[in-house]
Design a protein around this ligand. Structure first.
Ligand code: ADP
Length: 323
């Protein structure tokens, strides 16, 4: 390619800026012209496309969010919308794309490049970490560290009042944030979508701990757990343990924002660099991933959400360490 476009699409995640910076600067290094496409595929459809230079990405590596902004775009789901998007790319002479986003964005990219001969390279940006073909996704490390810091604070106040706290973290389909942050904060129970939650077992555990006068209890719940999330778990526990002082805290969108951690900046820089390398080598329609510390190129067709990749041993560790 001679001119490439970069965009962020779907849900945002901290570290996307570091990836944009890497794509722009690696592209410029190879003498490519690099265009920033604003608001994901919406910018392609609406011709919200601007040339970028090295200074366009100055001072952003440490910033959360995405300077290109992100959006969901209905028009791109239709052949007519994608035709308009293609015509706009043609107008600018763009002949390669780097898409930073999640599995939905990659599906869109795959369909688009089957229709039009534009190579698309995906970079996994999602706080949920549940992508096939990579050990890391941009934003997970920051999100989970944000959750840990918040839960540590909740634990302080739970301890002061002998309260049972139920904390809901993000993860509609995946329990990674809940599992990692729960283990790191010493939660008694961690409820994740990948496993069936046994409420009776949790109530029995809490009752037994009450007898032993273990007063501070922390339950971390992924929003997509089959119980229905933090509020539902709170209701169930209050019903069954009327004497317990139960509070529910839903962490929400703080998990998506904030300055990316060192790890997220590193993987974003590495993936951004390799995405451009892929285009230079003539690769078509792959997602760049990192597996066992090596670059891994997964056909976009297979870049879907991955379930249950976490190590079941962790759940056993949770049980033993929370006793
Ligand atoms: P994420 O990339 O975070 O999974 P979405 O699933 O919302 O987010 O997808 C982001 C955008 O990708 C959608 O708004 C749409 O423009 C495009 N997209 C998703 N699925 C398709 C599809 N099947 N066909 C065309 N475009 C799609």
């Amino acid at each position: 390619p001679t001119k490439i476009g970069v965009l962020t699409s779907g849900g945002d995640s901290p570290g996307m800026n570091a990836a944009i910076r890497a794509v722009v600067r690696t592209g410029l290094h190879y003498g490519l012209e690099v265009f920033g496409i604003h608001r994901g595929y919406a910018g392609m459809v609406e011709d919200d496309i601007e040339p970028m230079n090295s200074r366009s990405v100055a001072n952003i590596i440490q910033r959360g969010g995405t300077i290109l902004k992100t959006a969901r775009c209905k028009e791109f789901m239709t052949p007519e919308g994608r035709k308009i998007a293609y015509d706009n790319l043609r107008k600018h002479g763009i002949d390669g794309l780097v898409i930073i986003g999640g599995d939905g964005s990659f599906r869109g990219a795959q369909i688009f490049s089957n229709e039009y001969d534009i190579p698309c390279i995906g970079i996994p940006g999602t706080i949920d970490k549940d992508m096939a073909g990579t050990d890391f996704t941009i934003g997970f490390d920051t999100a989970v560290n944000t959750a840990v810091r918040a839960i540590d604070k909740i634990r302080d106040t739970a301890d002061a009042h002998d309260r049972l706290f139920i904390v809901e973290v993000m993860g509609r389909d995946a329990g990674y944030i809940a599992l990692h942050s729960g283990i790191a904060t010493g939660a008694e129970h961690i409820l994740i979508p990948e496993t069936k939650t046994n409420v009776e077992e949790i109530i029995a555990g809490l009752t037994e701990k009450e007898k032993r006068r273990k007063l501070v209890n922390l339950i971390v719940v992924a929003e997509g757990d089959d119980t229905g999330g933090g509020d539902e778990v709170g209701k169930m526990v209050k019903e069954r343990l009327p004497n317990a002082d139960v509070r529910v805290c839903i962490l929400g969108h703080i998990q998506r924002g904030g300055s990316p951690t060192c790890l997220d900046r590193l993987i974003a820089s590495r993936m951004g660099y390799h995405a451009v390398e892929c285009l230079m080598e003539g690769k078509h329609n792959v997602m760049v991933g990192i597996v066992n510390n090596r670059m891994h190129y997964l056909p976009l067709d297979n870049a879907v959400k991955a379930k249950e990749r976490f190590n079941k041993e962790w759940l056993r560790i949770v049980k033993i360490l929370a006793s």
